[in-house]
Design a protein. Structure first.
Length: 333
């Protein structure tokens, strides 16, 4: 549906020159735009990889100067401002910035705010959202709109828009309380976010190396700031397809269960499948999940022993081992 707004904004096709599109996703067809003159900034690894497979120029950050920019608004207001500031920094003074977003993502409030800062024109409403053109004012957008890390926990900083950007997720905090006193030697943190859970695991004895796997580039950059232990390895990747050359003997995770605004327990199920795939036959998984999520069936399919070791009315903490299925899994390797 967003595509129809692009068609209306650019009825004659590509607007000319080099175009920067911040936030385009794999679901976008991008028909009005010329791929040869288009650069996409996309920090979500699955979208980034899918766009790259289509032959498009895509990166987690912008580089160089552009003649025009388009920004797709995310849900978080701070992240939306940061995207607009990033785009503006790569445009000439007085350059043109198009802003596209759904009403549910706050496009109306940002339109009102921008009208107080810069000339706004060509407001087009379509498909429960808006796209509009902003002429950048002298000096650009406010300096405090740029993506700056802020401390949310002693020693931990987050960038705008990352999951649980305002503090430690309560599920992760509960999982940390139930990790064993001594950790396995080789551990993977699937969906590591900004690194808090990995840091708690590293504070226990036992770990020789820990792999932080995160699809959100901004979250992984936050984790790099927060986890400076030399035992940490960082992977910008979709956890659902993640592999290592050698299996590990421990996995920790607080898997997501939303794709955008839609709840989708299949995400967590895919994380469980990855954990089973990368663990040794004697390896262990520690995970936390909202109590209502039906993960027990998929856990039983991939692990020989599954136990709830903690929780409350909101969360459940689960320990699973491959014991009983190790021979078959080892043969597959």
């Amino acid at each position: 549906m967003t595509q129809s707004r692009l068609d209306l904004a650019f009825p004659d096709g590509h607007p000319g020159g080099r175009v920067l599109f911040v936030g385009a996703t794999a679901a976008d067809h991008l028909f009005p735009l010329d791929p040869a003159r288009l650069t996409i900034v996309q920090g979500h690894a699955p979208d980034h990889d899918a766009l790259a497979e289509r032959g498009l120029t895509v990166a987690p950050a912008a580089d160089g100067r552009f003649d025009l920019a388009i920004v797709r608004l995310p849900r978080a207001k701070a992240a939306a401002r940061a995207r607009m500031a990033l785009a503006a920094d790569h445009l000439p003074e007085g350059g043109t910035l198009w802003v596209d977003g759904q009403k549910t993502d706050g496009v109306d409030s940002l339109l009102k705010e921008l009208r107080g800062l810069a000339p706004v024109a060509d407001v087009i409403s379509k498909a429960h959202g808006k796209i509009f053109r902003v002429t950048l004012p002298e000096g650009g957008l406010p300096a405090d709109w740029r993506a700056e890390a802020r401390e949310v926990e002693p020693g931990f900083r987050t960038l705008p828009g990352v999951f649980s950007a305002d503090g430690v997720d309560p599920g992760s905090r509960m999982l940390a309380q139930h990790l064993p006193p001594k950790m396995p030697t080789r551990v993977v943190d699937l969906g590591a976010g900004w690194g808090w859970l990995s840091a708690q695991a590293l504070a226990r004895p036992g770990i020789a190396e820990i792999h932080l796997v995160e699809a959100d580039h901004a979250a992984l950059e936050s984790a790099r700031m927060n986890v400076t232990d030399p035992r940490a390895r960082f992977h910008w990747a979709d956890a659902r397809g993640f592999r290592l050359r050698e299996p590990v003997n421990g996995v920790i995770m607080n898997p997501p269960f939303h794709e955008g605004r839609q709840a989708d327990p299949r995400l967590g199920a895919a994380f469980i499948e990855t954990a089973a795939r990368i663990l040794t036959g004697a390896g262990r998984l520690w995970m936390v999940a909202n109590r209502h999520l039906p993960y027990e069936t998929v856990l039983a399919q991939h692990f020989g022993q599954v136990h709830e070791i903690g929780g409350d009315t909101r969360f459940k903490v689960i320990e699973a081992t491959a014991a009983g299925k190790g021979a078959a899994r080892g043969a597959r390797r």
